[in-house]
Design a protein around this ligand. Structure first.
Ligand code: ADP
Ligand code: DP6
Ligand code: CO
Length: 375
């Protein structure tokens, strides 16, 4: 875990005289190559299968969240997400995450009477995503990662990445992976209390620096069915999903880890594309069916398939680029850096109006989250 903490002002502050406190954090998205889609416990957010993702650079896609608390502020804890206010109490997930952090702060205050009673102050939280929210680009992952990072910092609790990751999981499953950089697995675990359902770094960001991610924004609107509700209908109705959980993902997780450890791009790419395809097949097998891909998404899959089938002088690999789609129409491509210019040129040529290429060329892998300012 790497955090950049600017705490100079705090050092000069006498804690007992503190009457207001604020902090800001940013967190990156992560895009899975083995997809999480299904919960075995909806309350603790425990998955039906393990998953694996790459944490992208937050230079381009991130959630930025500021939290403010003051003795003089009254009223309910509130989150302004992209400018729209929401009471924390109105969302089970927000309420749980904030309550867990506040409990930790309360215990700290009980153990040390000199500490200001920040736990009793109203929280005002402002968060902005600098990319489309609820559009299949993992805003719930970066959003809850930034939220737990900033409130934990404000309360001076849960500084351990593993603890933060488990708290973030209670907000959104995929968020547990965004607290780590590089290649990150979320091991499903088997204990009913979820204590072994944790994110772990499979390889650090420095392990395979040739791989880049390109993000193609096909449509920036909010998805029709949230990930939370879509995956529950899948678990309840899809026989293909049951097959996937039991017979496909366990082997794929092992194969994907091998591909990463040995930097075998052909295996990495094939597993990534197959898993994206199967996830969307499972969505179609859900009843009523769920459609996250649109015609442009499908045309991009065809373009990448054709491009991969075109021989490239001096390159003996089978695949040059892998596509993957989360629960939305927007594309993420993983590819060795040498193919980035050609793939960008292709996308811009064939989709000059329907794909925003400006949010592309994302160097992936970075510090998981950063605390930018405090007090
Ligand atoms: P996505 O594909 O973007 O992850 P989801 O359906 O999984 O879409 O989740 C979208 C929801 O995540 C939003 O409606 C909101 O409740 C939550 N969310 C998104 N961004 C943030 C944020 N920055 N802070 C807190 N919650 C967020
Ligand atoms: C397709 O983590 O957004 O992006 O846990 O209900 O908040 P909740 O769902 P969420 O689901 C992510 C699904 C996915 C695949 C993945 O990120 O692994
Ligand atoms: Co999500």
């Amino acid at each position: 875990m790497t955090a950049n903490i600017n705490n100079a002002a705090a050092a000069a502050t006498d804690p007992s005289t503190l009457t207001a406190i604020e902090a800001t954090a940013t967190a990156p998205v992560n895009i899975a190559v083995i997809k999480y889609w299904g919960k075995r416990d909806q309350s603790l957010i425990l998955p039906t299968n393990s998953s694996l993702s790459l944490t992208l650079s937050q230079d381009i896609l991130h959630s930025k969240t500021s939290a403010f608390a003051a003795a003089s502020v009254s009223g309910e804890d509130t989150l302004w997400l992209n400018g729209t206010p929401e009471l924390v109490s109105s969302s089970t997930r927000l309420r749980k995450v904030i309550a867990a952090l506040r409990d930790l702060r309360r215990a700290k205050e009980a153990a040390n009477a000199a500490l200001p009673k920040i736990s009793q102050w109203t929280l005002r939280i402002v968060s902005e995503n600098n990319f489309p929210t609820a559009a299949g680009l993992a805003s719930s992952a970066s959003g809850f990662a930034a939220l737990v990072a900033v409130v934990a910092h404000l309360y001076d609790v849960a500084q351990d990445t593993a603890v933060l990751s488990s708290l973030a999981r209670l907000g959104s499953g995929s968020a547990c992976r965004s607290l780590y950089g590089g290649f990150v697995a979320w091991e499903m675990g088997c204990k009913p209390d979820g204590s072994d359902s944790v994110a772990v770094q499979v390889a650090p960001e420095s392990h395979w620096p040739e791989i880049e991610a390109l993000v193609l924004v096909v449509h920036d609107g909010k998805k029709g069915i949230s990930s939370t509700s879509g995956m529950q209908t899948t678990v309840d109705t899809s026989p293909l999903a049951a097959h996937r959980f039991a017979h496909v993902v366990p082997e794929r997780m092992e194969a994907m880890k091998r591909a990463i450890h040995t930097k075998d791009f052909d295996s990495f790419a094939e597993l990534t594309m197959r898993d994206s395809n199967q996830f969307h097949a499972v969505c179609l097998d859900t009843f009523p069916p769920i459609f996250y891909l649109n015609d442009v998404s499908r045309a991009i899959i065809q373009l990448i398939t054709d491009y991969n089938a075109t021989p490239c002088p001096g390159y003996s690999g089978k695949f040059k680029v892998a596509y993957t789609y989360d629960a939305g129409p927007n594309t993420v491509l993983y590819l060795p850096r040498r193919f980035v210019p050609e793939v960008l040129a292709l996308v811009n040529h064939y989709f000059p109006h329907s794909v925003t290429a400006s949010t592309t060329a994302v160097d992936y892998f970075t510090d998981p989250y950063q605390i930018m300012a405090t007090y």
